[in-house]
Every structure is written in structure tokens, then in C-alpha cells.
Design a protein around this ligand. Structure first.
Ligand code: ADP
Length: 263
């Protein structure tokens, strides 16, 4: 079997003296889109943060593209794996232009031809060049998330950690961003590990999912289980039943019926 893009084995994660993630083990294959689902507080973001080096108190084994992770970030890691956060308002520096935001990773990594790359990435995320010298507050939420995605892709990583990347946005905008992420994954051969509490988003975006409850993975299932509810764990079945009760708030359904990736 080929090396997984992401591999976690027996991972426990703590904040201070409180262990919030217990015994987490899963692999994400290269090119796969894998979801972590579960209710708020179940430990999904914490798992992503540990992989990204933002939750340093963990034990167990974590590797990305075959390389064991340390307890922080390093140059190699940021070139191979990047994270996109939930809130595009908080994640962009208010006094930096979009050009500065996008150029920064290239400058830090000593990469030239920055202008060309900035223009290329603006186009890749569906933003007109006129956005280049604007500030974040001049952009809508969806446009800001496009910038955050472009910034994550500046160093051409192979793996993306997506922490609820659309849940802070209006439903119609969520659909656009989901379509964008789907297209970018296809075009750039990316591997996604995506946190969401929204099962329809999983069905639209992902191949498999790990279901978390109270800091533990209770089930790993293919997305096809979402079509027929064939989950083995009672907690997952409840989550599935609850998600079906509110189809109108379903951005993935909007996304699927609006495949055109418009602005
Ligand atoms: P989810 O992403 O599933 O909503 P989180 O990973 O954010 O869950 O949180 C898991 C648990 O860790 C929760 O009990 C939460 O209160 C706690 N937690 C999250 N971040 C911190 C932090 N920075 N310090 C202390 N506890 C935290």
C-alpha cells in the first residue's frame, strides 16, 4: 500500500491537564478527501491543530506525506501542508493588502516571481485582479475566504487541512466556496482533511468520514453510508437522523445544483 498523505496512530491531545482527544487513529490516502464530523466540542478542530503544529500537547504518532510530525511548524511542513480556518474575517491581517497577504509566504520561503504567482492564484480562486491591492475589509466574506484559500495554496502544498471552511458564510456563498474547493482539489491533485458538522457537506465534498464523539472516533465510514444510513454506531445513526431533518439549510445541496463556480 502506498504511503498515506496523513496518518494518525493512537493520538491523545490535551489542553493543560485536560485530555480532550483520545486514541485517535486514521489514515487519509493521497488524493482522498476525508471528513472529520461530529458535534461541536467533539475534538475535530483539535485534531487538525495537532497535525498543523498548533496544539502542541499531544502524544502518539502523526505523519504527513510519510514524514513524522514534530510539535510545531517547520519549513518543509508548510510547503507540503496548509490549513484554512473557519473565519475569513479573523484569519486575514486587517492592514495588509491582498497582495501582501499572498506574497508573504513566498517571501518567507525565498521564492521569486511573486507578482506572477499572486495573479495566477487570484485567478485560480476566481478573484479579479482589481482585488489585488484592496484590504480585507473591502471584501465580502466569500471573497475573503477565497483569499485565505489562495494564501494556503501559494506554496503549492499537497495536503490541505480545512476547518469548517464555509460555516461562517451565508448559505449561497457556502455553495460557491465548496465548489471552488472541489475544483481546486481536482485541478491540483490535493488531499483534503476537512472538519465539518454538516453531513450533506461531507456527501458533496468527501470520500470517507471519521465520526467523533467526546474526543474519540466512534466510526469511520464511506460517504456512501450517507445515502442509505448504513452506519454501525448508534451515535452516528442519531447524527445522521438529525441531519436529515433540516434539508433547507443544506449548502451542499445548493452547491450540487449550482455547479457553476461563479463569484
Ligand atoms: P470541535 O472542533 O469538534 O468543535 P474542539 O476541538 O474545538 O471541538 O474542542 C474539543 C474540546 O477541547 C472542547 O471541550 C473544547 O472546549 C476544548 N478546547 C478547544 N480549544 C481549547 C483551548 N484552546 N483551550 C482549552 N480547551 C480547549
Amino acid at each position: 500500500m502506498s504511503t498515506p498523505a496523513i496518518s494518525l496512530k493512537d493520538v491523545d491531545i490535551s489542553y493543560g491537564n485536560t485530555k480532550v482527544v483520545h486514541d485517535v487513529t486514521f489514515d487519509v490516502a493521497t488524493g482522498e478527501s476525508f471528513a472529520l464530523v461530529g458535534e461541536s466540542g467533539s475534538g475535530k478542530s483539535t485534531v487538525l491543530k495537532a497535525i498543523a503544529g498548533l496544539a502542541p500537547a499531544w502524544i502518539g504518532e502523526i505523519s504527513v506525506l510519510g514524514k513524522p510530525r514534530g510539535h510545531g511548524t517547520d519549513r518543509d511542513f508548510s510547503e507540503s501542508c496548509q490549513m484554512v480556518f473557519q473565519d475569513p474575517y479573523a484569519s486575514l491581517h486587517p492592514r495588509k493588502t491582498i497582495d501582501a497577504v499572498l506574497s508573504e509566504p513566498l517571501a518567507v520561503h525565498g521564492i521569486g516571481k511573486r507578482s506572477a504567482r499572486v495573479l495566477e492564484m487570484l485567478a485560480a480562486v476566481g478573484l479579479d485582479q482589481r482585488f489585488r491591492f484592496r484590504f480585507p475589509h473591502q471584501l465580502s466574506g466569500g471573497q475573503r475566504q477565497r483569499v485565505a484559500i489562495a494564501r494556503a495554496l501559494m506554496l503549492e502544498p499537497k495536503v490541505m487541512l480545512l476547518d469548517e471552511p464555509t460555516s461562517a458564510l451565508d448559505v449561497s456563498v457556502q455553495a460557491e466556496i465548496l465548489n471552488l474547493l472541489k475544483r481546486l482539489r481536482r485541478e491540483q491533485g490535493l488531499t483534503y482533511l476537512m472538519v465539518t458538522h454538516n453531513l450533506p457537506v461531507v456527501s458533496f465534498m468527501c470520500d470517507r468520514m471519521a465520526v467523533m464523539n467526546k474526543g474519540r472516533i466512534v466510526e469511520i465510514a464511506p460517504k456512501t453510508a450517507l445515502y442509505d444510513g448504513s452506519f454501525s454506531n448508534p451515535y452516528t445513526r442519531d447524527l445522521y437522523a438529525a441531519s436529515g431533518s433540516n434539508p433547507d439549510s443544506n449548502p451542499a445541496r445548493v452547491a450540487a445544483s449550482n455547479m457553476k463556480d461563479s463569484q
